[in-house]
Design a binder for this molecule. Structure first.
Ligand code: NAP
Length: 468
């Protein structure tokens, strides 16, 4: 394939990748967005395989790689539980980081294949690009491995801190810059591997102090790093598409991290310095507090009766719905209530669940109509005229402490004003707090009724009661 044709193919792929990102920004267009991405990647692979200089051996290697990687990817994608997606994404990022390290090493040891000079004399500009690629790639690799281990519960999600930690990281960061400068000046192989080693250590040290609750933001930051690493490598090997795709991933990961931090009202510096967020969520007071009013617990039958007679219900899904996989039966419940003439709306908090868009994906999977799903700003004024707020497995995103308690870890986070509804139902298994480990005083309010149990089971029982 001629140079012009392959450049044209890369351009088409880039446009498709941009359309993919645009499509993925809304559940209604996300399938189409995914399709654009897949076609774009298909064109990119074909253009690379048939570009000038790729002999039969090269093509065979690419096909073998595709077959092995594609098989593993398909098996993993079919087996993965929705709730385990964040750790899967972290695991995949570690591979992107490692790939950047390998490509940089390949370019360093075979510069002539990439047209960046000879073994004794690699162009200075390429040495800069390659050292940045290997450093960011190695940090992404070890950082993502730790993020994976924390999210998958293979190691404690609690922040690991020690005295002088930030100073040590700063010193290692300065040492890394010095090594990169020395490498660019000398082109030494020893320095190349020292940069890689130091960056692996730095990735590890940067992520261990970050608590479980902040891990999804970190995963998105590492996603951004992996994009910049790929873009750096794109410059080294002169691949236009890799530069564009890397920059798209880098920029979108950075924007996503910003959006998530805003949703949790935390600054990115605060997240990256670590120390916030425990593993699971400590048990809350449990109603044992002497001056607390008692918790009112109801049965699925009570809930069914009250909801049947309601005019407007706002459903607030959260992480517990994802754990219980209750989205399908929730939609069945909504269908039955709609038949009774009840108006149903869904309220989505930007950080409900454990990854951006978590609730949107689950509701879309259950074929909940998109026009019934509303973002926080749109739906909040409507709670005041709702008869029921049906909170299914959500906790932190409804906690009014975010508005009133300055000492609370979630202070300042925008929340869904469920307490304004006439009655609030909370489906959860017990009195445990949410991910931020903060007690929710709404459980003790007179207009709250707790429906204790697994979200799927309780909703199923409500459905049965509605059918009677
Ligand atoms: P949450 O505050 O973590 O609360 C989820 C609740 O679900 C828990 O209190 C738990 O209580 C209940 N639960 C768990 N399994 C259940 C099951 N099988 N059936 C019924 N209930 C179950 O969740 P959220 O309100 O969705 O808030 C999300 C939290 O994650 C926020 O603190 C947010 O900042 C954080 N976060 C989110 C993102 C993101 O991108 N979405 C990123 C970073 C951090 P029981 O144990 O009593 O059942």
């Amino acid at each position: 394939m001629g140079q012009t044709l392959s450049t044209l193919a890369y351009l088409v792929s880039s446009v498709l990748f941009i359309l993919a990102l645009r499509g993925l920004s809304h559940p209604e267009t996300s399938r189409r967005g995914n399709m654009f991405g897949m076609v774009g990647m298909g064109i990119a692979i074909l253009a690379t395989m048939f570009s000038k200089g790729m002999g039969f051996g090269g093509i065979a290697l690419v096909i073998a790689g595709l077959a092995i990687g594609g098989t593993i990817g398909t098996i993993v994608a079919q087996r993965i539980q929705m709730t385990a997606l964040p750790q899967l994404v972290a695991a995949f990022h570690s591979l992107v980081g490692m790939a950047a390290v390998f490509v940089a090493a390949g370019a360093f040891y075979a510069p002539m294949s990439f047209g960046i000079g000879t073994h004794e004399h690699i162009h200075a500009q390429s040495l800069i690009e390659m050292s940045l690629g290997v450093a960011i790639g190695a940090i992404t690799f070890s950082g993502s491995v730790i993020a994976f281990a924390k999210l998958a519960g293979k190691m404690s999600g609690a922040p690991i801190t020690f005295a002088g930690q930030h100073w040590l990281n700063l010193a290692l960061g300065i040492l890394l810059v010095i090594l990169i400068i020395a490498f660019v000046a000398t082109g030494s192989g020893v320095l190349f591997w020292l940069i890689a080693l130091l960056s692996f250590a730095l990735g590890f040290l940067l992520i261990i102090p970050i608590g479980g609750a902040d891990m999804p933001v970190v995963v998105s930051m590492l996603n951004s790093y992996s994009g910049w690493a790929a873009a750096g490598i794109g410059f080294t090997i002169g691949n236009l598409l890799l530069i564009i795709t890397g920059a798209l991933v880098g920029a979108s990961g950075a924007i996503l991290s910003y959006i998530m931090c805003k949703g949790m009202n935390r600054s990115i510096i605060n997240v990256l310095l670590g120390g916030f967020g425990s593993e699971g969520g400590a048990a809350a007071g449990g109603g044992g507090d002497a001056d607390r009013p008692p918790v009112k617990a109801g049965s699925p039958e009570d809930a069914a009766y009250m909801m049947k007679n309601a005019q407007k219900i706002i459903v607030v899904p959260g992480y517990g719905m994802a754990v219980a996989q209750a989205q399908q039966v929730l939609r069945e419940m909504a269908d039955l209530l709609k038949k009774e003439g009840v108006e149903i709306k869904y309220a989505i908090h930007p950080v409900a669940g454990r990854m951006p868009g978590h609730m949107n994906v689950l509701l879309a999977e259950a074929n909940v109509p998109y026009d019934e799903v509303f973002e926080l700003e749109e739906i909040n004024p409507e709670f005041a005229d709702a008869d029921v707020a049906f909170v299914i497995g959500a906790n932190d995103v409804t906690n009014p402490a975010a508005k009133t308690d300055k000492s609370s870890a979630i202070y300042g986070m925008p929340i869904l004003d469920v307490e304004r509804a006439k009655t609030v139902f909370f489906i959860k298994r017990g009195m445990a707090s949410g991910y931020a480990g903060v007690e929710n005083e709404l459980f003790f309010r007179p207009n709250t009724m707790m429906l204790f149990g697994d979200a799927k089971k309780v909703t199923q029982e409500i459905v049965q009661a509605l059918q009677r």
